[in-house]
Design a protein around this ligand. Sequence first.
Ligand SMILES: N[C@@H](CCC(=O)N[C@@H](CS)C(=O)NCC(=O)O)C(=O)O
Length: 332
Amino acid sequence: MITTRTPTLSTAASLLLTHRHRILAARTLSVSVSAAAGSSSIPVKMTARSALDEVTDTGAFDRSPSTFRSSVSRDGRFPAVAGRYHLYVSYACPWASRCLAFLKLKGLDHAIGVTAVKPIFERTKESDEHLGWVFPAAADEEPGAEPDPLNGARSVRELYEIASSNYAGKPTVPVLWDKQLKTVVNNESSEIIRMLNAEFNGIARNPGLDLYPAHLRASIDEANELVYDAINNGVYKCGFAKKQGPYDEAVTRLYEALDRCEEILGKRRYICGDQLTEADIRLFVTLIRFDEVNLTTADQNTKLCIPFELTVCPVSINHRSTPFTSSATRSC
Ligand SMILES: N[C@@H](CCC(=O)N[C@@H](CS)C(=O)NCC(=O)O)C(=O)O
């Protein structure tokens, strides 16, 4: 079994990297990137097979867009019916955890199944070196993770290959899977949460809960823009930066945005006013991981999230009881 102890950087953990660690990480990334590029004269950014490939020649992390963008709706090709869809997640992944939070809050867990992968990347196939999310072979192999109950896939990569035989992009989680058509409906969390919020109300236990209400949309969109770029994706920009400049820039923007959130939440309970919205959940799932790392290595960091208003979201996503791997071995 091969794990990714050396080559992968955690997201929040990367904020804690010492200079020595950063040089080591930069070397590791440059090996994987230049090996994939074949030559240093070829632009580094190419079709990414993993987040480790998503680094430009300036050394900055540059996320590729998600590829499966269909929608579940109350009618249409993917109707919102109970039992048809399945969510594949990693508990280590904040994007997947947004979807889990929506699933629970909307009361849809009876209608949409969930399977979690193992929390650390492994080789996805014997025939090549690709590292990614894999399922355990047995239910007792890894707490919280389960074998794929629908397709018997060994990896998330295999799911994407079932959906599209020539898929050459990143096999990411979350995946909203259609059991009937055996395909990925959507692999973009910002869109999956909107579907869970609005499209399944006919079968949701909490149909009245609207986390993207019309009267707050402008404010939610504005908050999302700040939080996505500087915090949600910002921790990845820190974690996967290959050069000191982009890393420093990302860290500065991250802490400025955290300060801004603290300022807002110092005055009111929720990011967009007096009610819980999508914006709170999108922030929360990143912050909760941030502290998991910072608290254990507090001596390396000047600021913790603890003073931030972490009670914004009453949902219990249960991350702390799931296997959360140490900073050195985190994947994604
Ligand atoms: N834009 C996507 C991003 C999902 C994403 O990047 N997921 C990471 C886990 S945190 C992943 O699966 N990475 C696989 C890889 O890098 O190979 C979303 O929001 O759903």
